[in-house]
Design a protein around this ligand. Structure first.
Ligand SMILES: [Zn+2]
Length: 124
């Protein structure tokens, strides 16, 4: 397992209250992060295929807070976006992101993605 499970949750970008994390009915193992604050003007929510991914998605969503994004957040955002765009194809992702395949796999692992059974490039 990964320490990314302890990913800190950022407060709601609109009301600054802590969001809640709960299982989501959208699919087995899926989670939802949402702001349930009654006074929140937006009550935003994100979902993910795992708890960690839902939290990652929440933490990197905030479109009105780009000025607060640091390099690490941007990297996560890029990797998550690339994963979705290339449907998890790591060879295409590594080319698109301009990083080595093995580097990409390490970053994905740190983000909570399951490791592949057999890398389709080279093994150690
Ligand atoms: Zn809120």
């Amino acid at each position: 397992m990964t320490d990314a499970v302890n990913e800190p949750l950022k407060p709601c970008p609109w009301c600054n209250k802590p969001p809640q994390v709960e299982p989501w009915h959208g699919g087995p193992g899926q989670y939802q992060v949402s702001c349930a604050e009654a006074s929140c003007p937006v009550n935003p929510q994100t979902t993910g295929e795992t708890r960690v991914l839902a939290i990652m998605s929440w933490n990197t969503r905030a479109p009105f807070h780009h000025e607060n994004l640091n390099v690490k957040d941007m990297e996560r955002y890029l990797i998550i976006t690339a994963f979705q765009r290339f449907d998890g194809n790591r060879t295409l992702m590594s080319k698109a992101l301009g990083i080595a395949y093995r580097t990409l796999c390490g970053k994905l692992r740190a983000l909570g993605y399951e490791p592949r059974e057999k890398p389709d490039v080279m093994s150690p």
